[in-house]
Design a protein. Sequence first.
Length: 211
Amino acid sequence: MSLYQPTEESEIIDHSVSQLARKYAGKFDETDIRPIVTDSYNSFADAKVRSFVPVFTTRYADDRLRALAKVRGLITDTPPSVLFVCVHNAGRSQMAAGWLRTLSKGRIEVYSGGSLPGKDLNAAAVAAMQEVGIDIATEFPKPFAVEIVQAADVVITMGCGDTCPIFPGKRYEDWALDDPAGLDVAAVRPIRDAIKQRVEDLIRDMGVSTQ
């Protein structure tokens, strides 16, 4: 009879489940959490930097569980939330999320995702955001999760077509913006600045005070 030998995958998943079970005690148990963690882990199967996968897995699963708790009414004190969706979740949606986190001063909950997530962030987009003092280098491409779409008050799409599911009672907008893929930093700057203007307009439209 052979003894069970944990794999790297199982160790990552078990550790993430244990962390999140403590965080969501009283709301979700491990049988609720494990499938979301496992699915989140599998989302990073093609990630180039494998050492980041444990952190990515837990952060993404945490976002999904928080969104699910909101949808189920298990938490009710959440701020308004916005989901940005583009194709690869590597450039436009990450820049928009970075701008919104900064300009809303934490008064809006921010999510992002991709219809076909890339393997890593767009380096020119990261550099362009660093120029304005916003660090998105620790973010990561990921798919959009249905529970996050359900939980979001506003869903902003950026050239991802009709892949994002539609739920009633939400505000949907499509922002026509050039894709920064393959562009250098100089060419990304105008996209970055256009996104900032749209984010500022969005904050005003949502009636969120940043004073």
